[in-house]
Design a protein around this ligand. Structure first.
Ligand SMILES: [Zn+2]
Length: 528
């Protein structure tokens, strides 16, 4: 018998934390950051206290109450006493590993809190993206997926109460077991082992040394970030397949098709399937995004700003093609250049920044005395590609700037000309906080007299993209009909929907399929 306990991802898009256990061992399927649960209590200026270790997260229900799985530098001896009678408390030992499906933080973010000796199973691309994002990120306490500086409980001078403060003991590294080691070139191994500065990382190829108690299958799938995969786990009850996030309509859709075929061959006992876009009837393809973006930008005068997620490397490549075809340069931020450089170590088809004439790197205004090591490496390696705000400001018709809402504060340096174009190629707001950001974005555009294209506008309390400006975003998730096809073709005995606000969709639409749809509950266990 296999037991599946759902500590996240139930009636929630993201935050997947599924514990799989049988007499062979125990695995976590993803260990994600639950954005929605955080937003119920916290915002930008109200955060869990880093000095409180695990306390805030456990009390507020952001982390499951599982003693024994978390970093020991964040817990005192007494911490667990107050939770031992709490609902869903468990002491858990000997976790075989975490099967990570992809490097989006709503699947990977809370790995930061797990003991570093629990190995992470992932594709090489996922591991490398996770590291590039962490290297170039804000080093925030809860996004340390690949390595972390341990904290110690200490009483600062003059204070009566101790707190968890950063120690100088040097980084601790997480063990990664890669599902596709054959892809690793020498340069890639060097990046992984040496990285920027002192961060030496350990990795192990899957199946060799990891000592996992289960037989695992890793199936690459298509999603809005490279390296995504689904997992198959052979348990004492038969195969369990976990989809992660996927789509069929992207450039790599054939990967998902192949996964469906191979997963079907396993005759799985259970399929844990995402359901983000169950209420969407159709998909927009990346080719349509290209065509619509090209049409919008072709006759634009002045500066073009393109707002998309650069970790969606496919989208970046789409806008690079638009830049080439409109005789502009795509100017990306240094952290995106670092991501491309990292990805190229594994995927030679990723453009080489040094050779690609249509790419530029926009140097942001910073107040730091000396740039971080990763940033220095970008400025040194690609010095001929660097452009400054004044270069862009003086030649506005030559650029497509890859900026998001969070980068708008650069505009006072650039001074875009009135009538410049802001192309929005991302998803619509999902909650009130994001709606506020869209209000601010509209104010920025008005202030600089920029034209918007594809941007959601508010009408009668609903934010929607104007009819004639749609088709600029291909979602990372399959639409309802495609998801039903995934379920029917794999034909598991049991289907368990996760990562969805409307899991009933599968109950309503698979009645005649012979598949038993079972809805999980938060913190609840299903025995199969
Ligand atoms: Zn995702």
């Amino acid at each position: 018998m296999v037991r599946l306990t759902f500590h996240g991802g139930v009636r929630e898009i993201g935050g997947n934390k599924i514990l799989l256990e049988d007499d062979r061992g125990k695995l976590f399927l993803d260990f994600g950051y639950p954005y929605k649960k955080y937003r119920d209590f916290y915002e930008e200026y109200l955060k869990p206290r880093p000095g409180a270790g695990l306390l805030d997260l456990l009390v507020m229900g952001l982390l499951p109450k599982l003693e024994g799985v978390y970093r020991t530098d964040l817990e005192t001896e007494h911490l667990w006493q107050r939770f031992r009678r709490a609902k869903n408390y468990r002491k858990l030992e000997d976790i075989d590993g975490i099967l990570l499906t992809h490097a989006h933080l709503d699947h990977s973010g809370h790995i930061a809190f797990l003991r570093e000796d629990i190995p992470v199973y992932a594709t090489a691309t996922t591991a490398f993206i996770a590291k590039a994002v962490q290297d170039s990120g804000k080093a925030s306490f809860d996004q340390q997926v690949c390595y972390f500086a341990p904290r110690i409980e200490e009483c600062a001078e003059g204070l009566k109460q101790g707190a968890y403060v950063a120690s100088s003991a040097g980084d601790r590294q997480r063990r990664f077991c890669l599902a596709d080691k054959s892809k690793l070139s020498q340069g890639a191994e060097k990046f992984w082992e040496k990285a920027t500065g002192r961060k030496k990382l350990a990795w192990q190829p899957l199946g060799d040394i990891c000592g996992c108690s289960f037989t695992l299958r890793c199936f690459p799938v298509d999603h809005s970030i490279p390296g995504a995969c689904a997992w198959g786990i052979e348990t004492s009850s038969g195969w369990v397949v976990y989809s992660g996030d996927l789509r069929l309509h992207g450039r790599q859709g054939r990967l998902t098709e192949l996964m469906i075929k191979e997963a079907a061959r396993l005759h799985p006992r259970a399929l844990i399937l995402e359901g983000t876009n169950v209420d969407k009837a159709t998909n927009v393809s990346e080719q349509e995004v290209y065509e619509n973006a090209f049409k919008a930008i072709r006759y634009a005068r002045g500066l073009v700003i393109a707002d998309f997620s650069p970790r969606d490397v496919n989208r970046l490549l789409t806008f690079l093609q638009v830049a080439r075809d409109t005789k502009r340069k795509l100017a990306i931020l240094p952290r995106d250049a670092y991501l491309l450089k990292t990805m190229r170590l594994l995927e030679p088809e990723i453009p080489d920044l040094a050779a690609e004439e249509s790419l530029a790197i926009y140097q942001e205004t910073t107040a730091a005395r000396s740039p971080a090591a990763w940033l220095r490496s970008i400025y040194e390696d690609y010095s001929s590609r660097i452009v400054l705000a004044k270069d862009v400001g003086a030649n506005q018709g030559d650029f497509i700037l890859s900026f998001s809402f969070w980068d708008l504060n650069e505009l006072p340096s650039i001074q875009p000309r009135a009538g410049s174009l802001y192309v929005f190629s991302s998803s619509e707001p999902h909650d009130e906080e994001q709606e506020m950001d869209f209000w601010r974005l509209h104010h920025w555009l008005k202030h600089f007299q920029l034209r918007a294209f594809g941007l959601p506008v508010e009408r009668n309390g609903k934010w929607e993209i104007p009819e004639e400006e749609r088709g600029l975003h291909a979602s990372g998730h399959a639409c309802g009909a495609d998801l039903l096809r995934v379920a029917r073709e794999i034909q598991p005995e049991v289907l368990i929907p996760v990562h969805s606000e409307k899991p009933e969709y599968y109950v309503d639409n698979l009645g005649d399929s012979g598949i038993n749809v079972v809805l999980p509950t938060e913190g609840g266990t299903l025995e199969i």
